[in-house]
Design a protein around this ligand. Structure first.
Ligand SMILES: Nc1ncnc2c1ncn2[C@@H]1O[C@H](COP(=O)(O)OP(=O)(O)OP(=O)(O)O)[C@@H](O)[C@H]1O
Length: 604
């Protein structure tokens, strides 16, 4: 090989490398090929041979194979751990969600990719590998003639079934109990989507005779767990099939929002703690089986795990709720007296936020004062609320955004910030008043000015969401003023007392109820040092700085609100760092407008 040849071949290779090399590993593969070519060149006597070899070694496919080989080599020492074990189920859920969204090119493309058989197979294989669901091989089944010699009962041999399952990392997904009548150990429940269910071989009511050759006659249900734990790979069950009908295929589409927290390990009544499903208030659950009146089977939709868990049925939970004594009646907000002039609260950049005017806000507080004697505890759903996915269609009004919180927590501040962030997009309902219009004010912008008689007629006709009296005048927010904002295709921001939420809990408004919660008292002391609240009735000035008692009352009222109305709250935000909370709420509202969200089924 002469120098001329060398200087020709190497640049060609380098040119090829630039097109393909994306990693240092690949670079080493390319250098290896260059070296190989270089070493072989002295043994080649024809240009044809040389160019054939060069072509072969330069082929893209060869480089890709080498690159793959190098990657795999790396993983042979690193052993990557799966991020999650149920990719197939997750892809299925994603497809369902995408289906509900409006068709955009990227959505269509993703759906197309996810529905390709080879992508689905790839995900299935991924899951099997992630769950170690591939080894060892099932041993061949021995004839059970010998075993039957030991049986001291005279069951019909044909009815005994031998089942082998491969044990992977996931639990079997079945519970067992002792049959009180026969004393036999039977399969009490097969958890939907679990290993036993997917095998299709174990059914509720099957009698367990042996597990891995160990007779079950004298065993307690708990004693099976160590036997299963000891078994490595295949688990053999000898069962007598029960008479119970087999489970229907899993096609239930019942979704609920949980109204309470549930921790199975703390529930003494659950038949099997390990089979329980933990959840928190607000979680959306898919109910996959309601066969048992007391214990349902459900999955949390946010989980990728397809195996269902046990949860208390609606019936059970409501019975439990009735037995619990209601907490102290809802404490009303601080009493206020009509001692300040009727001043604007906000007039920034020429934007008057009528819904934030101090006189109006005070009237709301007075209204609360008047209603103090009314019990705020209502009969409410204390278990599950059936929900369904919802995506706003183009042209449809936005969901009404309701902000609820104890006095001084920052509801008005958040509403103001949201409105000012995009006055074209957000709107605030214009309130009604019976007081005189001031010179600088405009009808329908600052207030709707109406007579006392007209206001009282509207009260009787239930036109107000809330109303109150302040300085001898009525103030109130009407349903129509909210409708007006929605009709302008704006997101209507409204803060109401929690007892008014129910009035708006309709298909028309589809309210998104956000509860603004105070942080711990230490944070309040620190963060609200300079903040001002509306003063109480016996104070000369209309606003003043927070006092210790304000913080305590805020926290107590928030707790009462959560206890009594928490079932209505779709979002809870803790108003600590104002800028962060505002950003979170803004992002949440954006998501609400674009993505699928869960709404009560009764709004359908
Ligand atoms: N996260 C926060 N950090 C510090 N100050 C805050 C925060 N949120 C609100 N504030 C301030 O606290 C005060 C009370 O807030 P705001 O007026 O919004 O209360 P509110 O919930 O509307 O109660 P009310 O209806 O009784 O007026 C205001 O001065 C406001 O700027």
């Amino acid at each position: 090989m002469d120098c001329g040849n060398e200087s020709r071949s190497i640049p060609t290779l380098q040119h090829s490398e630039e097109m393909m090399c994306t990693s240092t590993h690949h670079h080493s593969a390319c250098s290896m090929l260059v070296t190989l070519l270089y070493r072989l060149e002295p043994y080649m006597d024809a240009t044809e041979e040389s160019s054939f070899l060069q072509d072969m070694l330069m082929a893209n496919s060869l480089h890709v194979v080498i690159k793959l080989h190098e990657r795999l080599q790396r993983f042979s020492t690193q052993k990557p751990a799966p991020i999650q074990e149920h990719a197939e189920h997750l892809a299925h859920q994603v497809m369902k969600e995408l289906h509900a969204l409006e068709a955009r090119p990227e959505i269509t493309e993703l759906m197309c990719v996810l529905s390709k058989p080879h992508v689905q197979d790839l995900l299935a294989v991924h899951d099997r590998v992630a769950q170690n669901d591939y080894e060892p091989k099932l041993p061949s089944l021995e004839a059970d003639d010998d075993d039957d010699d030991d049986d001291d009962d005279d069951d019909d041999e044909d009815s005994v079934r031998i089942i082998q399952l491969m044990k992977s990392k996931e639990p079997l997904g079945a519970t067992v109990k002792r049959d009180v009548l026969t004393g036999a150990l039977v399969v009490a429940r097969v958890m939907r989507g679990g290993a036993a269910d997917r095998s299709g071989l174990i059914h509720e009511g099957d009698e367990l005779r042996e597990v891995n050759g160990v007779p079950m006659q004298d065993k307690n249900p708990e004693e099976i767990i160590p036997i299963l734990a000891q078994s490595d790979g295949a688990v053999t069950f000898k069962v007598i099939p029960g008479t119970k009908d087999q489970l229907e295929p899993d096609d239930t589409e019942v979704f609920v929002r949980a109204m309470f927290d549930y921790h199975p390990e703390k529930d003494p009544a659950i038949p099997c703690k390990e089979a329980g499903l933990e959840f928190w208030r607000g979680d959306v659950l898919q109910i996959v089986s309601q066969e048992d009146d007391t214990w349902w089977q459900a999955r949390r939709i946010a989980d990728a795990n397809p195996r269902a868990g046990l949860i208390p049925s609606r019936q059970l939970q409501e019975r439990r709720a009735v037995l619990q004594r209601p907490k102290a009646l809802f404490q009303t907000s601080r009493a206020l007296k009509l001692n300040s002039e009727d001043a604007d609260y906000v007039a920034i950049h020429g934007i008057h936020l009528a819904g934030l005017r101090r006189s109006f806000r005070r009237s709301k507080k007075d209204r609360v004062k008047r209603k103090k004697s009314e019990a705020e505890i209502e009969n409410h759903d204390s278990s599950y609320l059936e929900v369904m996915p919802y995506v706003r269609q183009p042209g449809e009004p936005h969901r009404l955004v309701l902000l609820v919180g104890p006095t001084g927590v920052g509801v008005t501040e958040l509403k103001r910030k949201l409105f000012l962030s995009d006055p074209e997009h957000f709107g605030v309902a214009v309130p009604h008043t019976t007081r005189e219009r001031k010179r600088q004010e405009r009808e329908g912008v600052d207030y709707y000015y109406v007579s006392k008689r007209a206001f009282e007629t509207d009260i009787l006709e239930h036109k107000f969401i809330e109303y109150g009296e302040h300085g001898g005048n009525y103030y109130g927010t009407s349903l129509d003023s909210v409708r007006k904002v929605l009709a302008e295709s704006k997101v209507c921001l409204l803060d109401v007392e929690p007892n008014a939420v129910k009035l708006l809990y309709t298909t028309e408004f589809k309210p998104y109820v956000t509860f603004v919660k105070p942080p711990a008292i230490e944070q309040l002391r620190l963060g609200r040092r300079k903040a001002k609240i509306l003063a109480s009735c016996d104070e000369a000035k209309p606003t003043r700085t927070f006092m210790e008692a304000d913080f305590k009352e805020m926290i107590n009222t928030a707790q009462d609100m959560e206890d009594n109305y928490g079932y209505l709250f779709e979002k809870i935000i803790i108003n600590d760092d104002l800028a962060a909370v505002f950003a979170e709420l803004r992002a949440e509202l954006k998501k609400l407008e674009k993505e699928s969200n869960w709404i009560p089924k009764i709004w359908a």
